[in-house]
Design a protein around this ligand. Structure first.
Ligand SMILES: O=c1ccn([C@H]2C[C@H](O)[C@@H](CO)O2)c(=O)[nH]1
Ligand SMILES: [Zn+2]
Length: 130
């Protein structure tokens, strides 16, 4: 299968994941689809809370889902919202993704797409080891 059609499948999975977003406070659904080195896809959506600060973003939902199933090696994450412009991950999600290395990040808006990587989004992420 061509790389571009694999990418389209990943983006489609992220769009589908947005349907499960629980975002009654912001009305801002976000979806994420994470491709593992093994070729599987794990998805996530943002989950909000009446105590706003407890909100879990779509990116972290997808990573928690994959890691909970024993997958830790990631190739690509696609992130979607309903906006025209791509949605860029928050600082917490950047650090959370960086824990698992430098994989590709595709930010998808209705009118444009940005391709980047975890380390490009977060240079000098925090690590315990010196
Ligand atoms: O990259 C992002 C940016 C925002 N959100 C969520 C958090 C909150 O539920 C809503 C508005 O900030 O969007 C994500 O899930 N991922
Ligand atoms: Zn986030």
């Amino acid at each position: 299968m061509k790389d571009s059609s694999k990418e389209n499948i990943l983006i489609q999975k992220a769009i589908e994941a947005m349907e499960n977003s629980y975002s009654p406070y912001s009305n801002f659904p976000v979806g994420a689809a994470l491709l593992t080195e093994e070729g599987e896809i794990f998805t996530g959506a943002n989950v909000e809370n009446a105590s706003f600060g407890l909100t879990v973003c779509a990116e972290r939902s997808a990573i928690v889902s994959a890691v909970s199933r024993g997958r830790r090696n990631f190739r690509t994450i696609a992130i979607t919202s309903k906006r025209d412009k791509p949605t860029s991950p928050c600082g917490m999600c950047r650090q959370f993704m960086a824990e698992f290395g430098d994989f590709e990040v595709i930010l998808v808006g209705k009118e444009s797409v940005v391709r980047t990587t975890v380390f490009e989004l977060l240079p000098m992420h925090f690590e315990l080891e010196e």
